[in-house]
Design a protein around this ligand. Structure first.
Ligand SMILES: *[C@@H]1O[C@H](CO)[C@@H](O)[C@H](O)[C@H]1NC(C)=O
Ligand SMILES: *[C@@H]1O[C@H](CO)[C@@H](O)[C@H](O)[C@H]1NC(C)=O
Ligand SMILES: *[C@@H]1O[C@H](CO)[C@@H](O)[C@H](O)[C@H]1NC(C)=O
Ligand SMILES: *[C@@H]1O[C@H](CO)[C@@H](O)[C@H](O)[C@H]1NC(C)=O
Ligand SMILES: *[C@@H]1O[C@H](CO)[C@@H](O)[C@H](O)[C@H]1NC(C)=O
Ligand SMILES: *[C@@H]1O[C@H](CO)[C@@H](O)[C@H](O)[C@H]1NC(C)=O
Ligand SMILES: *[C@@H]1O[C@H](CO)[C@@H](O)[C@H](O)[C@H]1NC(C)=O
Length: 771
């Protein structure tokens, strides 16, 4: 290794030491790609044979030629490598005598030049001369290009790009507008310089004319494209018209060619017919003189095409309404209006005439907008469309006379499927060319549809909307009688809402009723109702009734339990549920407690009456009248207790008690404690002495039943007043309230009641004095 380095560095010094030149030249050789070159190896220092290598590979000895004892020349032909290292070696020691690097470059190629306009709108001579070329440079270098013109190689343009523009005015002396000339492009870097091959041309063939001026006019059924070439040079030229529909998405482009001949070579025109009505189209045009390059495309022009008569489909139709009283028929006229995108203003006129006059060709009368009133005779309705007062198109439709023998379809069947209505019918016996269906959901807005078959599918309908459909046969240029199908819904929806759930609960059963209300015309027909109910912690129980019933009796309920309940209405097309409500069952059977309270009341009355009578009778025998001191004598008082007992009391005739033993009454009375309304022993009732019958008659039995319920907290079965004492003879004069007639929590105090009472009058003082 060291040895090699020593040799590499030592050899030249040895050579130098010998004062003999030993080298390869020229150094840093740049040659044009594909050219020939020669390299000289000076071998003064060795005087031996040499050989050559290129990128370390030996070169053919034939390429090398020894001129004299010190100079050997290597000739390289058609050198195409981008870069190569060429070295000269001593044949005996293979030592490198010297070397050089050869690099290649390309010359500019594919030159093209045009004479053109700076400002496309200005007529006149082309004022710019632009050349473009290609130049392969790798890696990129700073290159100065020069365009040289004419046989005298006059510089006309400098650039660092592969394009260069000069003003024609500055070079017109070197570049005659007529005749032949040539340019070359010279490329210059710091290391090398190369010129292109000459680009020869006839100046007029370089002419790129200004872009044409374009105008497009929309006519009734076609478009007229016109353009003008702005050029002094009058020669035959080719032009291209390019157009497309101006919409957002990509649309196909059409290109039409047109050659302008020598005679009329400045103005072109073209008729475009295959365009859609009322659509925007965009046009552009370009032209080229023969053998020259295309001009730029003209500025785009967009035009709205006009409505073509052939595209107008009025689809005129009429719908005969029911005959009115005076024999006038109302006929609605319908047609498809011309789309509003068509700029022209169109007006419509609807006229009618009796059919026979239509045959003889005259007298139409104007209908009021789209409704014609006519008698029972056959008529013809004519629709005329004017475009700015000029007749554009017209169409007519036949209305048969009432009872006229014209075809009519029968057996119309309609059904719905996914919001569509399928209609089918039976063809009439007479031959017909087709059928027209018209259908409406509100009587104002009509749709109509023609078919050749005896069925049709109507779609794009409003959802859950009833439709009236009429089928009318068509024949020749006339129409038959229409047949209306039964009104049909485009879709049948859920049943109506279940509302007004009413529950009448007893202890073990409940009577539930409900209503169904529907806002929609097309709600489903209920098939059955299912009532779902459950106790608070129970599972849902369901019970179904047919759609004919809107009530149900729920059985086997648990007394005094809160239930949740809702009702589901099921139709074939769906179901609806009511909202959930609650009810509570009673503790006892209310009818049982009615019986109980009524019979209990009677029993109480009887017992009390009996007690009172017994008490009075006892008093009669037990108590003596109080002696009048005025009548007293000083004689000692002897007991006369049992004298005339029957005169002590006067019992009113209306009293229920006739002879009541007071002692008996005392014994049946309660102990003398203050009665409490809220905490009242059931036995208190036995103290009531009432005449309840008239009150119970005046009241609703149910309410009465509830009030009599012993468990009812609001009950105010009345008591005897506190002053009642078994020892007082006046005790029964207190008013006695019968049970309150309403389950009123705020039961009234005793003294406020105005109930009927039983009085027992103790007349003993007067009677006694009268004795
Ligand atoms: C050999 O040829 C070269 C070139 O022709 C010349 O320059 C040189 O002087 C010659 N050497 C001798 C020794 O003649
Ligand atoms: C190119 O031209 C400019 C001036 O025109 C000069 O300054 C520059 O050195 C030139 N470059 C080369 C590579 O010749
Ligand atoms: C129109 O001309 C161009 C070029 O001249 C050509 O390629 C194209 O086929 C022509 N089109 C028609 C429809 O003739
Ligand atoms: C047209 O109508 C007018 C008025 O109704 C009537 O006088 C005239 O005779 C009619 N013409 C024809 C040809 O029926
Ligand atoms: C649909 O037809 C029925 C029966 O002929 C009619 O009573 C109703 O008014 C019609 N409805 C509409 C919107 O025309
Ligand atoms: C008419 O009925 C035939 C046979 O039922 C069916 O194939 C056809 O699709 C129907 N046409 C329309 C428009 O519904
Ligand atoms: C209620 O009607 C629906 C729909 O027809 C049916 O599926 C269901 O079985 C019926 N329920 C009863 C309990 O009949």
């Amino acid at each position: 290794m060291y040895l090699a380095l020593f040799i590499l560095t030592a050899i030249p010094s040895i050579c130098k030491g010998l004062d003999d030149e030993c080298d390869v030249g020229p150094k840093d050789l740049y040659i044009e790609m594909g050219s020939d070159t020669e390299i000289t190896c000076q071998t003064s220092c060795t005087r031996g044979k040499i050989f050559w290598t290129q990128d370390s590979k030996p070169l053919d000895e034939n390429l090398s030629k020894t001129i004299n004892s010190t100079h050997t020349v290597l000739s390289l032909r058609n050198f195409t490598q981008r870069s190569a290292t060429v070295q000269c070696h001593r044949a005996d020691t293979k030592q490198i005598v010297g070397g050089t690097i050869i690099k290649t470059y390309f010359k500019p190629s594919k030159i093209s030049c045009v004479l053109h306009y700076n400002n496309q709108a200005i007529e006149g001579i082309p004022i710019l001369f632009t050349c473009n070329w290609e130049h392969q440079v790798d890696p990129p270098l700073e290159i100065n290009y020069t365009v040289l013109c004419g046989p005298k190689q006059i510089e006309i343009c400098n650039s660092r790009e592969t394009t260069c523009t000069s003003r024609y005015g500055a070079i017109d002396s070197t570049l005659p507008l007529f005749g032949e000339s040539s340019v070359i492009v010279r490329a210059k870097t710091k290391d090398w310089e190369v010129s292109s091959d000459p680009y020869k041309f006839t100046t007029t063939n370089l002419l790129k004319i200004a872009r044409p001026a374009l105008n497009v006019t929309a006519l009734s059924d076609h478009l007229l494209v016109e353009w003008k070439i702005l050029s002094h040079i009058t020669r035959k030229s080719h032009c291209q018209v390019k157009y497309r529909k101006a919409v957002d998405e990509e649309t196909p482009e059409w290109v039409r060619n047109k050659t302008l001949e020598n005679g009329n070579n400045k103005k072109g025109n073209m008729t475009i017919e295959n365009v859609e009505s009322c659509s925007n189209y965009t046009f552009t045009v370009r032209c080229a003189l023969i053998n020259t390059s295309w001009s730029d495309w003209s500025l785009e022009k967009t035009v709205l095409t006009k409505l073509k008569k052939i595209d107008v489909k009025l689809r005129l139709w009429r719908k005969v309404d029911e005959v009115e009283k005076n024999g006038v028929r109302r006929v609605r006229v319908m047609w498809t209006e011309i789309p509003s995108t068509c700029q022209d203003s169109f007006t419509y006129a609807v006229k009618q005439t009796p059919d026979e006059e239509h045959m003889t060709g005259a007298n139409y009368t104007l209908c009021s907008s789209s409704v014609c009133d006519m008698n029972q005779n056959a008529h013809r309705i004519k629709l005329t469309v004017f475009e700015k007062e000029l007749l554009f198109v017209e169409d007519s439709v036949y209305v048969p006379a009432i009872g006229e023998s014209v075809p009519q379809v029968t057996d119309i069947h309609s059904s719905t499927l996914d919001g569509m209505i399928l209609v089918s019918w039976k063809a009439p016996v007479q031959p017909v060319s087709g059928y027209m269906l018209d259908y409406t959901h509100n009587g104002n807005q009509y749709h109509w549809k023609e078919t050749k078959y005896t069925n049709a599918t109507l779609f794009d309908l409003l959802d859950k909307t009833p439709y009236n459909i009429t089928v009318t046969p068509l024949f020749e240029d006339k129409t038959g009688h229409g047949t209306q199908a039964l009104q049909i819904c485009s879709r049948v929806g859920d049943p109506g809402d279940v509302t007004n759930i009413d529950v009448k609960a007893k202890d073990r059963s409940a009577f539930v009723s409900w209503k169904v209300t529907s806002q929609e015309a097309c709600s489903g027909v209920v098939v059955n109702y299912t009532v779902f109910y459950r106790a608070e912690n129970g599972t849902w129980i369901d019970d179904t009734v047919a759609s004919t019933k809107q009530d149900i009796l729920l059985k086997d309920l648990i007394p005094e339990t809160e239930y949740r309940i809702f009702v589901k209405a099921t139709a074939l097309t769906g179901s609806t549920k009511s909202s959930e409500t609650r009810f509570k069952t009673k503790r006892y059977d209310p009818s049982l407690s009615t019986t109980l309270s009524v019979s209990g009341g009677i029993l109480i009355f009887l017992v009390f009456s009996l007690g009172l009578c017994c008490a009075l009778r006892w008093k009669k025998f037990d108590e003596k009248p109080v002696p009048n001191p005025g009548n007293s004598s000083l004689a000692s008082w002897l007991s006369t207790s049992h004298e005339k007992p029957s005169q002590f009391f006067h019992i009113p005739s209306e009293s229920f008690c006739d002879r009541v033993d007071m002692e008996e009454a005392s014994r049946t009375s309660t102990p003398p404690k203050a009665p409490s309304r809220n905490d009242k022993p059931a036995g208190d009732q036995t103290e009531i002495c009432t005449n309840p019958a008239p009150h119970i008659q005046n009241e609703d039995p149910t309410e009465a039943v509830e009030t009599q319920h012993p468990s009812s907290p609001g009950e105010s079965t009345e008591l005897l007043s506190p002053q009642n004492s078994p020892s007082s003879p006046y005790r029964t004069q207190s008013p006695v309230e019968i049970p309150a007639l309403r389950p009123n929590k705020q039961s009234k105090p005793v003294k406020n009641t105005t109930q009927r009472m039983v009085y027992v009058t103790l007349d003993m003082f007067e009677q006694g004095q009268g004795l």
